[in-house]
Design a protein around this ligand. Structure first.
Ligand code: PLP
Length: 444
């Protein structure tokens, strides 16, 4: 459907809107990576989405590999999700009381995952922030272990050496987070069990929890080495600390139960606490944290650790979420994985054809391309060795040809159940020119 192979992509309306936006909003956006700073060009203002496609204000259509940064597992505007949401909205948008859809969503999460009890919140940031508070409240300890390159939302103590927009924009840390707030954060290299053991040898009795992305997707996709998550669970348990698995991105996305299905469930272990977001909101602001019942019972009103939210468990958001999850059947994940594998194959063929060194890394249905490297990337330092100029050239060419990729080399690509043959044809037609553009950028 891309109708502009001659470089004549109209962007006037997006440019006008961006100018307007910059007058009234910092950087013209409400989340930093949307501003295209790492790749250049005009951010596209979208007006609608349908299946695998997005349409912008200038009428350009794009095959979408961002999927709202993960939530749109079924594609945009899935008819059954839209119908359920319309019915829910017509009954009222928020009651500030318990309601049935939030129970149904919690049941669905408990049925699929390792968690026994779940508290709904409104963003992934809130989920990880609350999980850390709970871990500190339960253990009576302050220190937190995290890994360089993992992003857990903009939670003050977790912004140390974070991935996602923090690395995309080259922000080393963040002004506004006092040193004493990150003083209890121990940042370790990812996939390094020895470093974790050394930290526990030194601070064991003071560490409340280890938090990690179940499979990091915010420094590009860096899968856990076999046994790494199991080792974290074991080491935490040996020292009376909790193991928090952040499945905000991977939950109900990497596989039906989340990434845990690919390691913990097979190996017979479970995290103490898990955070969720993105897919479980069906495109609405909704997230959760959960875990063992005895731990979750520390939360108010059952226990003393305070946590609350005016719009937590919102009836419209939870209706969208539960409808999405019910449509996400085992067969859907089988198809999604096949689509993801096909996309990786097409991208790999084009990059090899153009002579662009790269490694494609994956966890379940999620993957990303590591640009300009020849060996698998196992940690943040490795991810930072990518050739971001090659990615920027590739990105711009793809965008001009109607393919919308995450505008950063440090982000995961997302496919949806709606990525059909038409979407993949547009992708494969765009790839050769984009791969050549990346090759030229590498030579510069
Ligand atoms: N945790 C992970 C692993 C994430 O990828 C993100 C967001 O990308 C978050 C937490 C924060 O979620 P939110 O943006 O909803 O606050």
């Amino acid at each position: 459907c891309a109708n502009w192979h001659n470089g004549e992509v109209p962007t006037e309306r997006s440019a006008d809107l961006f100018q307007r936006a910059r007058r009234v909003s910092p950087g013209g956006v409400n989340s930093p990576v949307r501003a295209f700073k790492a790749v250049g060009g005009t951010p596209r203002f979208m007006t609608s989405g349908e299946g695998a496609w997005l349409t912008d204000v200038d009428g350009n259509r794009y095959v979408d590999f961002v999927g709202s940064w993960g939530p749109m597992l079924l594609g945009h505007a899935h008819p059954q999700v839209i119908a359920a949401v319309q019915e829910a909205v017509a009954r009222g948008t928020s009651f500030g009381t318990p309601a049935e859809p939030e129970v149904a969503l919690a049941e669905e999460i408990v049925e699929r995952t390792s968690v026994e009890s779940v508290r709904l919140v409104t963003s992934g940031t809130e989920a990880t922030m609350s999980a850390i508070r709970l871990a500190r409240g339960v253990t009576g300890r302050d220190r937190v272990v995290k890994f360089a390159g993992c992003y857990h939302g903009h939670v003050d103590p977790l912004l140390a050496e974070a991935g996602s927009g923090v690395v995309t924009l080259g922000i080393p840390g963040t002004p506004g987070v006092p040193a004493h707030v990150t003083a209890d954060t121990i940042v370790l290299p990812y996939n390094d069990v020895d470093a974790v053991q050394a930290a526990f040898a030194e601070f064991g009795g003071q560490i409340a929890c280890i938090i990690t992305e179940a499979a990091p997707g915010n420094m590009g996709l860096v899968p856990p080495a076999p046994g790494f998550n199991a080792a974290l669970a074991r080491i935490a348990s040996e020292h009376g600390a909790l193991f928090i698995s952040d499945e905000v991105m991977t939950g109900f996305r990497a596989a039906r139960a989340g990434h845990w299905e690919l390691d913990g469930q097979r190996e017979g272990w479970a995290p103490d606490l898990v955070t969720f977001g993105k897919v479980m909101g069906g495109g609405f602001p909704s997230a959760a944290f959960g875990g063992r019942r005895d731990l979750m019972e520390y939360l108010a009103p059952a226990g003393p650790v305070y946590q609350a939210g005016t719009l937590a468990g919102n009836p419209v958001a939870t209706t969208a979420g539960v409808t999405t999850l019910r449509l996400a059947t085992p067969e859907l994940y089988t198809d999604l994985l096949a689509t993801s594998l096909r996309v990786r194959e097409l991208v790999g063929e084009a990059l090899v054809g153009a002579g662009v060194p790269h490694v494609i890394q994956a966890a379940g249905t999620m993957f990303s391309v590591m640009w300009g490297v020849t060996d698998p990337v196992t940690d943040f330092a490795g991810a930072q060795r990518q050739d971001t100029a090659a990615f920027a050239a590739f990105f711009s060419s793809m965008l001009d040809q109607g393919v919308y990729l995450p505008p950063s080399a440090f982000e995961t690509w997302f496919v949806s159940a709606a990525h059909d043959d038409a979407a993949l044809t547009t992708l494969s037609e765009a790839l050769p020119a984009a791969a050549r553009a990346a090759a030229r950028a590498l030579d510069d």
